[in-house]
Structures are given as C-alpha cells and as structure tokens.
Design a protein around this ligand. Structure first.
Ligand code: HEC
Ligand code: HEC
Length: 342
C-alpha cells in the first residue's frame, strides 16, 4: 500500500511530537505487560490500560503512608517485597497497632485473577483498594481525607497529571494502584526454566521426584493447585483445622455449602510467603505437608481429595524441595517494584 502525502506528513508530525514530550502532557502510550513463557493473556480492563505514568504513580501510592488516617501505614506495611508481597506476621498490623483477622496475601500475577481476597469478596483489582482504605484495622480512612492529603502534595498533583491529564481523584487513585499491581508478575523460577525453557539442569533429582508426586493421583495436589499459576481459582475446604471461626467463602455467599471454603492460593514463591493458610497458623512447609499427609480434620464441606496420603519422610522432603523450586528470586529483588526517592 502506498502512503499519500498527507499520511506521510501525519506520520512525521506524530514522530516529532513523540520525541519531544512535554512532561505536563499525559503519557497515554499503552504498553504491554512483560508476560513470561507459558503464561496465557492477562485480564486488563479496556478502561484502565497499562501506561508507564500510571505504573509510576501506582507504585508511589503503594508505598504512600498518607493513604492511612494517621499517615502511619501504607500498602507495603502488610505486603513486603522480600516476602513476595505477603507479610511474615501471622496477622498484619494496621493503624494504632490494630490486628486484622486474616493472614496477608502475596501479590503477584494478579493480572490473571478473576477475584480477590481469600473469600473472593471483590471482583476487580481496581476496587480492592477501597477495602484497606476503609477497614478500621488497616487505613481507617475515607476517600475525602485521602484525596485532600494527596492534593496538598505538588509531587502527587504532578504525577496524577502525567498519568491521567487530570487532578487527584478517587478513581484515578484506584486505577493507578491496580496498574502498578498488574506489573507484579512472577514467572522465573527454576520450575519455569525447566518446563518452559527446557533447562533440564534447573531442577535437581529431589525436586524432580517431588514434582512427580505433586502431579500424581497419590497426592492430588495439582487438582486444586493447577495451571500456570498453581491455582484452579475456585473455593475449597482443605479442612486442615479442627474448627473454623472464619467461615471463608460462606461470609460472602451466605451458603452453607460454602462454609470453610477458601480461595486456592498460588504456590509460586511459597518459600517466601510463610506463614501459611487464611489464618497464618502454619509456620513452615514441613508443618503444611505433615498436616496434608495426615488427611486433615473432618469439617463441613471438606473436599474428598484431602485424605491420609501415607507419604514417607523422604517423599515429604521431596515434595518440599519441589515447592521450593517455585521460588522466583528475581521477583523479590526486582528494583522496578521498589520505591523511587522523590
Ligand atoms: C493492615 C494490613 C494491610 C494493608 C495496609 C493492606 N493490605 Fe492488602 N491484604 C491484607 C490482608 C490481610 C489480605 C487478605 C484479606 C482477606 O482475604 O480478606 C490482603 C489482600 C490483598 C489483595 C488480594 C490479593 C488476592 O490474591 O486476592 C490485594 C490485591 C491487596 N491486599 C492489595 C493491597 C493494596 C493495594 C493496599 C494498599 C492500598 C493494601 N493491600 C493494604 C493486608 C493488608
Ligand atoms: C481440595 C483442593 C486442594 C488440594 C487437593 C490441595 N490443596 Fe493446598 N490449598 C487449598 C486451599 C483451599 C488452600 C487455602 C486454605 C486456607 O486458606 O486455609 C490451600 C493452601 C495450601 C498451601 C498454603 C498456601 C499459602 O499461601 O498459605 C500450601 C503450601 C498448599 N496448599 C500445598 C498443597 C499441597 C502440597 C497439596 C498436596 C499434598 C495440596 N496443597 C492439596 C486447596 C487444596
């Protein structure tokens, strides 16, 4: 196809204007996420495409203590990069030392998640922030206060302008935070290098034996922890506690058939995200594998796949070695996820 003169002039104008960007004009160039080998296409809403300026603002907000009522707490106070953005504490501390009621979740590969929180109470990553913002045991704040504080900062006024060509607002805050979190992608573990890049040597013999156990009908681990992200994205009762004061999915649906069910967590980076389960009551992978091996407790709705497994000490050790092959060291040290100095 031949370009008309007009089209050529237009192309030159676009090329010149994109070379000399005025920083006060929003950077609306949509950029693709960096998708690891073997991952499907992510879910990115049409109304909130990824741009560099939104990522930058979203990261600043993620580390911003001013989002909380007394400016003491940020998202990063409960989501630490060294722990794959989970929290090494059993329960996290929000403002005034208040404890929440669940163990914090790791944050990675969120661009593929259909719903959020351990009970699936929120269906959009854009809306997740409203929860910590209003929760009395997290930020204990409200949008009016948050916006007022951000508007007082020339740094944020500038970042919002660059990202949205707009002022500080609640929706822009939610969009930027969701965008930054969509860039938290983890898919470079020894397991990935073995499966997707064909690097035989990246798993040792114990890890290979453990992998076979994990994917076997002897353990059934991979029935629930399935797919590229090691979760089938549903709600199940694995029944690893004798009693469930937190009824999980039932709190949202009010159905007795959902009592004791929780979302299946990804097992990527599991070595970094201790303690484990919705209440953070198991502190090591050894404890987790022991309790699965025992078959758990007879609680309502417990899944029939959870039953005594009869694993030997060596098999348990192999299974744990395999779980540790899902660790992505690059992810927990990636400087792109660390705060910029203002
Ligand atoms: C006081 C601690 C605390 C703070 C502050 C906090 N979180 Fe969380 N976060 C948690 C806990 C606990 C959960 C699990 C909650 C549940 O299952 O009900 C969670 C869950 C999440 C999830 C769901 C992950 C998934 O896989 O479903 C996202 C996303 C998230 N937080 C993002 C944020 C963002 C963004 C901020 C800041 C605006 C933030 N969090 C502030 C403790 C915290
Ligand atoms: C019936 C589905 C199911 C099966 C089978 C299953 N799991 Fe799970 N797994 C879950 C659910 C649901 C949770 C979250 C439970 C909670 O939050 O209390 C979980 C949590 C975990 C956790 C803790 C994750 C975290 O971030 O806290 C680990 C580790 C784990 N499973 C490993 C395994 C292994 C190893 C096997 C095989 C021996 C296995 N699972 C079999 C459903 C299952």
């Amino acid at each position: 196809m031949k370009y008309s003169h007009l089209n050529i002039i237009l192309l030159i104008v676009i090329a010149i204007s994109s070379c000399s960007k005025d920083p006060s004009i929003p950077n609306t160039d949509v950029i693709p996420l960096d998708i690891p080998n073997g991952f499907p296409n992510p879910i990115i809403p049409e109304y909130n495409q990824v741009t560099k300026a939104k990522i930058r603002l979203g990261k600043a907000l993620f580390y911003e203590k001013g989002l909380s009522r007394d400016s003491s707490t940020s998202c990063a106070s409960c989501h630490f990069q060294f722990a794959a953005f989970a929290d090494p504490n059993t329960l996290s501390t929000g403002i005034d030392g208040r404890l929440g009621f669940r163990n914090s979740q790791a944050l990675f590969n969120l661009a593929w998640k259909p719903d959020f929180f351990r009970d699936g109470g929120v269906q959009s990553l854009e809306l997740v922030t409203l929860n910590p913002l209003h929760s009395s045991s997290e930020f204990d704040s409200n949008s009016a206060d948050m916006i007022r504080k951000l508007k007082n900062s020339s740094y944020y006024v500038q970042l919002f302008r660059e990202a949205f060509n707009d002022t500080v607002s609640l929706s822009n805050t939610l969009f930027a935070l969701a965008t930054f979190q969509r860039t938290l992608i983890s898919g470079n573990s020894p397991y990935d290098r073995y499966i997707f890049n064909g690097n035989e040597a990246s798993l040792n013999d114990a890890q290979k034996r453990g992998m076979n156990l994990f994917f076997s009908s002897r353990t059934n681990c991979s029935t629930c922890h399935s797919g590229f992200n090691f979760t089938k994205e549903g709600y199940f009762a694995n029944g690893l506690f004798p009693a469930y004061p937190d009824s999980g999915r039932q709190r949202i649906t009010l159905l007795e058939t959902d009592r004791n069910k929780f979302s299946v967590p990804s097992l990527r980076n599991i070595e970094y995200t201790a303690p484990y389960m919705h209440n953070g009551e198991y502190s090591s992978l050894e404890e987790v594998v022991d309790i699965y091996n025992s078959g758990g407790f007879n609680v309502m709705n417990k899944d029939s796949l959870i039953r005594p497994l009869g694993l030997t000490a060596d098999e348990k050790a192999d299974l744990i070695s395999f779980l540790k092959s899902l660790s992505d060291e690059e992810f927990i040290s990636n400087p792109n996820f660390q705060p910029e100095s203002e």
